[in-house]
Design a protein around this ligand. Structure first.
Ligand code: CUA
Length: 339
């Protein structure tokens, strides 16, 4: 739906914007219709059934089951239409399509730090190609922020200590507003920026023009070595005293308590800052915490590295959680504080 004719509505520039607007118009239309209908009927009744003499006694009114059924069923159906339509749009908004290009976003008082998987960094600016699905993986270094792009009709809170996600597909080139939509301290109102949507070719030029950046996965690999992760998880994440990391991302993991968890961004983050929270079946809780030693951006880099570890290397064992291979046997000399 094109809503360009409404002056106070932000431009609609994403694949979802039209659907959000259509729902919004429907809600507004139904609300306006009933507001007018009910006020009209009230005014009509006030005049029609006004008291005409001081001693007038009204006629007793008996109930009508038919009328009551009608005015229950119709509003129920209208309310259900809100629910079904709203849920439909909501799920489209929160379900990230597969194959979306990932971009990392870290909010902090008072700026947005953005990094592309190809390494390019931006502050308070987000360059994206038109017509491609983009998935934002977002977290905060301090307080709650909210990443809001009105033209794309998306807004998601950005929380410290966990990841939230948001996706869009821009349908128009141009520059659009980017806001923080959660009061986050003194300069909250200054936590703004712009989203620049470019044609794919232009975007590719922009990417190469801003090259020479280490990709998050490569930076993550270096961190993986310098923090000593490799001594337990293997240089290529092939595993050892710690679980295998190659091929881990997105898989279902069995835990020592018998439960299971999908190895997503949040699981990886938690396993680094609070390794005791979920222990993979067959392993012992020997990993030290890295809380305070790695920044949010570094956590995203480690995540990118782990995500990049596919099972390509044939000599790598496939299962991450193979309880059969007891870590005790393969344990070399105890070395609890690797560097
Ligand atoms: Cu960040 Cu408001």
């Amino acid at each position: 739906m094109d809503s360009g004719w409404i002056p106070w509505l932000p431009e609609a520039a994403s694949s979802l914007a039209g659907q959000v607007d259509a729902l919004y118009f429907y809600l507004s239309g139904v609300t306006a219709f009933f507001t007018l209908l009910i006020s009209g009927v009230i005014i009509f009744f006030v005049i029609r059934y006004r008291r005409r003499s001081p001693f007038e006694i009204p006629r007793p009114v008996a109930g009508s089951h038919r009328l009551e059924t009608i005015w229950t069923i119709i509003p129920l159906m209208i309310a259900m239409s809100f629910f079904v339509w709203g849920t439909n749009v909501y799920f489209k908004q929160v379900k990230v399509p597969a194959l979306a290009t990932e971009i990392n976003v870290v909010g902090k008082q008072w700026m947005w730090k953005i990094q592309h998987t190809t390494g390019q960094r931006e502050i308070n600016e987000l360059h994206v190609p038109k017509g491609r699905k983009i998935r934002l993986v977002m977290t905060s270094e301090d307080v709650i922020h909210s990443f809001y792009i009105p033209a794309f009709r998306i807004k998601t809170d950005v929380l410290p200590g966990r990841y939230t996600y948001e996706w869009f597909e821009a349908t128009k080139t141009g520059t659009f507003h980017l806001f923080c939509a959660e009061y986050c301290g003194m300069n909250h109102s200054g936590m703004i920026g712009s989203v620049v949507v470019m044609e794919q070719k232009e975007f590719d030029n922009w990417l190469t023009g801003n090259g020479n950046n280490q990709t998050p996965a490569v930076a993550g690999q270096q961190l993986f070595q310098s923090l000593g992760c490799a001594s337990c998880h293997g240089v290529n994440g092939e595993g050892g005293r710690g679980p295998t990391l190659a091929g881990l991302f997105g898989r279902q993991i069995t835990l020592t308590n018998g439960g299971s968890v999908v190895a997503d961004e949040d699981y990886i983050r938690e396993s680094i800052v609070n390794p005791q929270a979920k222990i993979v079946a067959g392993f012992t809780p020997i990993m030290p915490t890295f809380q305070g030693q790695v920044s949010e951006e570094q956590l995203l880099q480690l995540k990118a590295f782990i995500k990049s570890l596919h099972i390509e290397n044939p000599q790598q064992p496939v299962p991450a959680a193979s309880p059969a291979s007891s870590p005790a046997q393969s344990r070399p000399t105890p070395q609890l504080n690797p560097k």
